[in-house]
Design a protein around this ligand. Structure first.
Ligand SMILES: [Zn+2]
Length: 298
């Protein structure tokens, strides 16, 4: 299958073995959005297949379709260090740093969680690091003894976010009730974002009541994601955000293919169908909400 409609940096070079496998090809670029928005969560250091895309090329491709900025998110020390370098290199990026909930038990098992958290706090002092994340709870991948380390790590990240005055970006997988409980027990930071919002109307109501942001990813476009669309339809308009979580969670109809920030418009258009908003108005709102959540890119 020809992938010539994908932005140039995302095209497989001719002769590469991957070019013959259409499932691994980057999807075509969408029609540009009428008003620019930002991708609230991406991992520019996670490669997909053989194609390597530099930070500037990735953001050029995004900007060409109206995605003018992104939050680059670290998940361990290596990717959090990368995040600080990336936000220094490209003004279209702000960053988030953390030890991911599924990595916290690994660091703890090596006796390195405390030193890792100390370095995360140091990295978070950079003025273009605006969030502590992704942190939270993941009951899908972590089980047994690891959960105690995960909960401890989540509490420590909440504490760092509050002391540094940063936004908290939450990874919540199959753990809605426990995430909310820990936030209540610790006292939530001023700004909380549920990255890749995966809840239903009940969690959306809790977010509305607490003023927490719900960041919708490509998952909300999936055919079986009626619960996410129901949540979006009742979400307080000032609390909704959009993200890719790229290179994962590619929106419909390209589910299973690699994802990148230039794919955001597919999700935004799907969101506009749910909220019945004018597309330009929804884009403007998403951009305004993003700046309210993380501060200005300028
Ligand atoms: Zn992520």
């Amino acid at each position: 299958m020809c992938n010539s409609l994908a932005p140039a940096p995302y095209r497989a070079s001719s002769g590469a073995t991957e070019a013959s496998d259409s499932r691994k090809e980057y999807p075509p670029a969408p029609e540009p959005l009428p008003v620019p928005v930002m991708d609230n969560h991406t991992h520019l250091d996670f490669r997909h297949g053989l194609i390597e895309v530099g930070v500037a090329d990735a953001m050029d491709a995004a900007e060409a379709v109206g995605v003018q900025g992104a939050i680059q998110v670290g998940c361990d020390l290596e990717s959090s260090r990368f995040t600080v370098q990336a936000v220094q290199a490209d003004a279209r990026l702000l960053g988030a740093v953390a030890i991911h909930p599924n990595d916290a038990p690994i660091y703890a098992g090596r006796g390195e969680l405390e030193s890792a958290l100390a370095e995360i706090e140091e990295l978070a002092a950079h003025p273009r690091i605006r969030a502590i994340g992704e942190t939270g709870l993941d009951f899908f991948r972590t089980h047994g003894e690891g959960l105690a380390h995960q909960r401890y790590s989540f509490r420590r990240h909440i504490d760092i976010a509050k002391r540094l005055g940063l936004t908290l970006q939450i990874h919540d997988r199959d753990a809605h009730d426990d995430v909310v409980q820990v936030l209540k027990e610790e006292g939530a930071p001023e700004r909380v974002v549920f990255h890749c919002f995966s809840g239903d109307e009940e969690l959306a109501r809790i977010c509305n009541e607490n003023g927490w942001y719900m960041s919708f990813a490509g998952t909300m476009t999936f055919k079986n994601a009626g619960n996410l669309r129901a949540a979006l339809s009742i979400a307080e308009p000032s609390r909704i955000l959009v993200e890719t979580d790229s290179p994962f969670l590619t929106p419909h109809p390209y589910r299973g293919r690699p994802n990148a920030s230039y794919m955001v418009p597919y999700t935004v258009r799907s969101m506009a169908e749910v909220t019945e908003d004018d597309l330009s108005e929804l884009c403007a709102r998403l951009a305004e909400n993003t700046v309210n959540a993380y501060g200005s890119w300028g």
